[in-house]
Design a protein around this ligand. Structure first.
Ligand code: SF4
Length: 444
């Protein structure tokens, strides 16, 4: 039922171009306790903190109420840049959430209809949760940092010459005033939860992840949709916890393996990866939990663009995946890895390879959604670099390549690696940088 004759939130939601269901059904909690409507909300922004307030208090605070009203009234939230910048591609993140939790979901439509005119909701009812219980992770991926991985802490201090701990990013973090708070606030919602998303840090290293699954079984909610973003290197935690054994107890499980490449390229890009373990894990899943849906979650940047093609083809040919078992997410930051920030002649080479891949996939029965993902990636690459002005202060291609050079050289030295040895397909970028004097030294 709508609240009154003047204010019809459900009608507004159905008409609004900017409507996103998440602030009505979901709370994201990051490792330092930042509470947001979703995980792709602007990195440094939050609508509350679990270090200061409870989830219930944040649910109807001024920022959350204002956000709901913006979404109903067709206004953009400036911190939803990752959705706003994809409007022209019709590939906003929120579309998937609206499809899953709003368009045909009468229960959640009733929640929207019950919005009060000030944007508040009488009930604190979460049907979808994404809580990062800590930032513990065994990998230090090039596109990540200490905010989401404890394995980055030492390298980050060396990279930026930090002498002492600087800010919350530079340590082991957990949300809340105690390590237990996030789980204890989440638990009352588990009996009616429709979907839980685990990411990290590395979720399979978090004891709270296993406790959530145990509770879901105990309260009879093993129909809950369990979703993961995992680095896919390790299925066990200690002697007692084996994720595969847990997945056998749930019907509806999706595993997105954050794999941004294969073989030596995977081991470089996702530092700490042992490629043969990744392959063995996929083989074990196919044998023991074939009901678990699996996707490669590939974060596409210019360094790994050609490797996307090799990797996708290899795993299809090996029978490890169907051509459709991939989700391509175009990397927004760090901006010096973005597909947008390379010369046009390099974009043309990548586009030719991606179009060739589209044909290869079509010949093997790939769906229109998979083809659309590849085409979206091409569209993303050609979006104007100016759209990155929020994330590239200098805004220029050459400044971005200089940043790439500085960070890559120093991190390579710290880790004893060499980018152009592992990615020889980008020697043309190296030549371009030489020609234009872009091999900047690290000057921190
Ligand atoms: S960034 Fe997108 S998915 Fe996240 S709250 Fe904003 S509109 Fe929704």
């Amino acid at each position: 039922m709508e609240n009154n004759n003047e204010f019809k939130p459900l009608d507004l939601a159905k008409k609004s171009r900017t409507f996103c269901i998440l602030p009505w059904i979901h709370q994201y909690v990051g490792p330092p306790g930042d509470v947001k409507p979703c995980c792709v909300y602007e990195h440094k922004e939050q609508i509350g903190s679990l270090k200061e307030n409870t989830l219930k208090e944040i649910w109807n605070n001024d920022a959350t109420k204002a956000m709901r009203l913006k979404f109903l009234n067709g206004e953009e939230d400036a911190n939803c840049g990752r959705c706003n910048s994809r409007v022209e591609l019709e590939a906003e993140f929120k579309n998937k959430f609206n499809d899953d939790f709003f368009t045909n979901n009468q229960g959640n439509q009733a929640v929207v209809a019950a919005t009060n005119p000030d944007g508040s909701l009488d009930d604190h009812r979460l049907v979808y949760m994404d809580v990062r219980f800590n930032n513990l992770c065994n990998l230090a991926c090039r596109s990540c940092g200490p905010h989401f991985s404890t394995s980055w802490i030492v390298d980050s201090r060396k990279l930026y010459n930090k002498k002492v701990k600087e800010g919350m990013d530079d340590e082991f973090q957990f949300p809340g005033k105690t390590e237990e708070q996030a789980l204890s606030e989440m638990t009352p919602h588990l009996p009616t939860m429709e979907s839980v998303y685990f990411a990290g840090g590395e979720p399979l290293m978090q004891k709270e992840h296993y406790e959530v699954l145990n509770t879901l079984v105990e309260v009879g909610n093993s129909d809950c949709h369990i979703r993961y973003n995992t680095n896919f290197t390790k299925f066990t935690m200690g002697a007692k916890h084996d994720a595969i054994e847990y997945w056998k107890r749930f019907k509806n499980v999706n595993v997105n393996a954050s794999l941004d490449g294969s073989h030596a390229k995977a081991e470089y890009w996702r530092y700490g990866t042992v490629w043969k373990d990744v392959v063995a894990n996929r083989q074990r899943m196919l044998q023991e939990v074939p009901h678990v849906r699996f996707n490669i979650g590939f974060t596409l940047s210019w360094p790994n663009a050609f490797n996307l093609i090799e990797f996708h083809r290899e795993w299809v040919e090996q029978g490890y995946i169907h051509p459709d078992n991939i989700l391509i997410n175009c990397l927004d930051g760090p901006p010096y890895y973005s597909l947008k920030n390379i010369p046009d002649w390099k974009k043309a080479k990548i586009e030719t390879a991606l179009r060739d891949q589209i044909q290869w996939l079509k010949d093997r029965g790939a769906s229109s959604q998979t083809v659309f993902m590849y085409e979206t990636a091409i569209g993303f690459m050609h979006q104007q670099r100016a759209l990155l002005s929020q994330t590239v202060p200098e805004g220029g291609l050459h400044d971005s390549l200089k940043n790439f050079s500085r960070i890559t050289k120093k991190l390579d030295a710290i880790r004893g690696e060499s980018f152009f040895d592992v990615f020889p397909e980008h020697l043309d970028i190296k030549e371009y940088m030489t020609e234009h004097g872009l091999h900047d030294e690290f000057d921190y």
